[in-house]
Design a protein. Structure first.
Length: 318
């Protein structure tokens, strides 16, 4: 999250990764310069939302403001009376109160979610990509342990780890333990940090659409050396092809990159790059790729280990 002045009083942070949720929560609290006597915590596993709203409605006797943090929040579990109470509170919102709700998951189909979508700043940690958010996260983590890594190397590091915070932390610890000095270089990252499987498949898919025979061959041989089975590769590539088909269809129907990205749960930059690669392919071309790969998959599942057929497919020979 970019360092900026807090202008919102209402937040809903969504995510199952406690490390990333805590990063966003801490970032908000730091921006508010939160004091201990201002912070009040509730847990929806033991407290009611009515208690939270009562707290938000009352004046803080010990400070000029309140910062209420609510864990284990679930929109779908709100009672009718609590929803009505929330609406009344929002109509006469106490501007000296900051309300921060932490939810593991949210079902956007629940009708009450509309209230939160309209009134709260929603931070869905599951949709975080390699952005300022994660760059800031790594920057703060590195600074905290008195190491140094410039922003260019942080972005390069994240391009290898993906956006799984657990994996990011694990790889950072590896760098801290094995780097020769307190400055982490690109050479350190190349030597110690493994590419995430998702990034490897993404890179392989790009090579496939670009018809980069040399890269396809080299990566496929690497998969064999690292014991990545053909069944896994077929499944991963099939998923990528189906996603490419959706992107192409929506684009041909006139959807914007933003709408396509929202629909498939990716960033606009990803859609933009994918469309550039798909420019030379028709919808029919992609459908034929999916059908051919499906045939190979069926052969594999019936006990016919047809690595040659997969190799020919990857090289555009089948």
């Amino acid at each position: 999250m970019k360092k900026e002045v807090i202008t919102n009083n209402l937040y809903l942070i969504i995510g199952e990764d406690s490390l990333l949720v805590n990063f966003y929560l801490t970032d908000i609290l730091n921006k508010l310069d939160c004091k201990e006597d201002e912070k009040i915590c509730y847990d929806m596993d033991v407290d009611s939302f009515e208690m939270v709203l009562d707290e938000a409605s009352m004046i803080n006797m010990f400070s000029s403001r309140k910062i209420i943090v609510v864990s284990s929040f679930n929109v779908g579990n709100l009672k009718e009376g609590e929803v009505d109470y929330l609406k009344r509170y929002l109509d006469n919102e106490n501007k000296s109160v900051y309300l921060i709700l932490l939810a593991k998951k949210v079902d956007a189909r629940v009708k009450e979610y509309k209230i939160f979508k309209e009134k709260f700043l929603i931070i869905d940690t599951g949709k975080v990509a390699i952005s300022d958010d994660l760059v800031n996260y790594v920057r703060e983590y590195v600074k905290k342990v008195n190491y140094k890594m410039d922003d260019g190397n942080i972005e390069y590091f994240l391009s290898k780890t993906g956006n799984d915070v657990g994996n990011i932390n694990m790889e950072l610890e590896k760098l801290f333990n094995y780097s020769d000095n307190m400055i982490i270089t690109r050479e350190d990252i190349d030597k110690l940090v493994m590419d995430s499987v998702d990034n490897i498949i993404y890179e392989f898919t790009n090579a496939f659409f670009d018809n980069d025979v040399e890269k396809i061959t080299g990566m496929y041989e690497g998969f064999k050396v690292n014991n990545m089975g053909d069944d896994y590769l077929i499944s991963a590539l099939s998923n990528s092809l189906h996603q490419a088909l959706i992107i192409k269809i929506l684009y041909n129907e006139g959807s914007s990159n933003y709408k396509i990205a929202s629909f498939i749960g990716k960033k606009e930059f990803y859609v933009k790059k994918m469309l550039e690669r798909l420019n030379k392919y028709t919808i029919r071309d992609i459908e034929e790729m999916i059908n051919k790969l499906g045939d190979i998959d069926r052969e594999y599942k019936t006990g016919k280990n047809n690595s040659l057929a997969l190799s020919l497919f990857l090289l555009g020979k089948r």
